[in-house]
Design a protein around this ligand. Structure first.
Ligand SMILES: [Zn+2]
Length: 451
């Protein structure tokens, strides 16, 4: 599973480079103007070719395991998205599909064929159903108003004119998608967004769409506000949904629209309450915590784990997810230190990241006195949580695996081997059985005669 996820990460970095060329183009052309489109959209050859390549990209997401496979949750998100559609949204070359994308970033994106993806990271971060609806409404407008076709037309033209196609070709191996220009364009858009003008249109028309739905459009603003909250030290610059000045701006014009132009609401917003929503997304939040840990987003993982515990403190699965996050947090503090947030701290972190693997970076941090102290605290917290999980549900296998890893990290071979054995006993068909057996062998070569 982590292997699959790293694909997505590689993509994001390659995307940022493509995005730079893209932003240049969008700025040069002023992008597609919102006013110029009163008549219905007409498909030309370039558009149909674009659509074809996007359909292939869509299929690749599925083939590469980037779509979260949990029928109930996907059905929930699909229902939620469809509840916002209007009869006039039955559009040429659009098949609406709302699905979940396995990526811990707080993000969502829409493909022009009507496939709308919300990230596991976004579902885990939002607090109510109405907030997710707000993000989906925005994405629906991108599809309905054909934003990607319009932007791609001008992008392509610009690329041909200034002969950037050959430069773009250099990125074409990115992330195993064997990406066509169209696919690269779309992946970059999913990270940085469209032109300011089109994004504003998606926000305002999206808010309008919400006004016509049972959801309160204010939830859209609250969603944007919660996206501004950061748990990690930002080393790369922000993707579209997390961009501070842009988000501030969006919150301001949405508030203005709501107070001046939105019709008064008589009924309270529809959708699951905070409590029920969080229960509904608990499973995907736990999955997202794993993805976040694999991506090195340990603080995000820990914060999400704490939220899980707040809503359901007696669930072994939740306790284990938080314990996994504390184990991964290791030598770091939950809040970034002032030093880490300083320019110097960021430069050092970038250097470490480019030179070291996550494991090597961990060892470097754990070698300092402060790192050791923090690690002791985080590991103790993790152990407490795993123990509590095994008390509540003695047969919850993952808690035992977590304990095994935690002891292994602390070089306590005997309890580690015992916990790993307990895990395999409870889950004999575990996917990682061979790996765990290898670890047991390494930890205690002479103690495993019959396995
Ligand atoms: Zn957008």
């Amino acid at each position: 599973m982590p292997g699959v996820f790293h694909h997505a990460l590689i993509n994001r970095h390659a995307c940022l480079r493509v995005a730079q060329a893209l932003l240049l183009c969008l700025c040069l052309t002023g992008a597609a103007s919102a006013q110029a489109r009163v008549e219905p959209f007409r498909f030309g050859e370039v558009d149909l070719e674009f659509l074809d390549q996007i359909k292939q990209l869509d299929k690749k997401f599925e083939d590469q395991g980037l779509v979260y496979r949990e029928p109930e949750l996907n059905a929930y998100v699909d229902r939620l998205g469809r509840s916002l559609l209007k009869p006039e949204d039955q559009l040429e070359n659009v098949t609406w599909r709302f699905r979940v994308f396995r990526d811990p970033a707080v993000n969502a994106f829409a493909l022009p064929n009507g496939s709308i993806y919300v990230f596991t990271g976004l579902l885990a971060r939002m607090e109510t159903e109405a907030q997710v609806a707000g993000v989906l409404a925005h994405e629906i407008i991108h599809v309905r108003n054909r934003h990607s076709y319009l932007s791609y037309r001008s992008y392509r033209k610009k690329m041909l004119t200034i002969n950037l196609l050959s430069i773009a070709g250099a990125y074409s191996g990115m992330g195993g998608f064997g990406a066509s220009l169209a696919a690269q364009f779309m992946l970059a858009i999913s990270v940085v967004g469209y032109s300011r003008e089109l994004e504003k249109e998606a926000d305002l028309d999206g808010a309008q769409l919400m006004t016509a739905s049972p959801y309160d459009p204010k939830a859209m603003i609250i969603a944007f506000e919660s996206m501004q909250q950061k748990y990690e030290v930002d080393l790369d610059g922000e993707p579209f949904y997390g961009d501070h000045p842009k988000t501030k701006d969006r919150i301001a014009y949405l508030n203005e629209w709501l107070s001046k132009s939105a019709p008064r609401r008589e009924t309270p917003s529809a959708g699951l309450s905070k409590e029920d929503y969080q229960k509904n997304v608990a499973g995907v939040t736990r999955h997202d915590i794993e993805l976040a840990i694999d991506a090195g987003l340990y603080r995000t993982a820990t914060t999400l784990g704490k939220r899980l515990i707040e809503s359901q403190p007696e669930l072994a699965a939740n306790l284990t997810a938080l314990a996994d996050a504390y184990t991964a947090l290791g030598p770091r503090s939950l809040e970034p230190t002032a030093e880490e947030k300083s320019g110097q701290g960021k430069r050092e972190a970038r250097k470490r990241r480019s030179k070291l693997t996550l494991q090597e970076e961990e060892r470097t941090l754990a070698a300092t006195a402060a790192g050791q102290e923090r690690q002791k605290i985080n590991f103790a917290e993790a152990e407490k949580l795993y123990r509590r999980a095994t008390e509540l549900e003695p047969n919850y296998a993952l808690a035992w695996r977590g304990l095994g890893e935690l002891f292994e990290k602390q070089k306590q071979s005997q309890p580690s081997v015992e916990a790993y054995r307990k895990y395999l006993e409870l889950q004999p068909a575990a996917m990682d059985r061979l790996m765990i057996m290898r670890r047991i062998k390494t930890l205690e070569p002479q103690a495993a005669p019959n396995r």
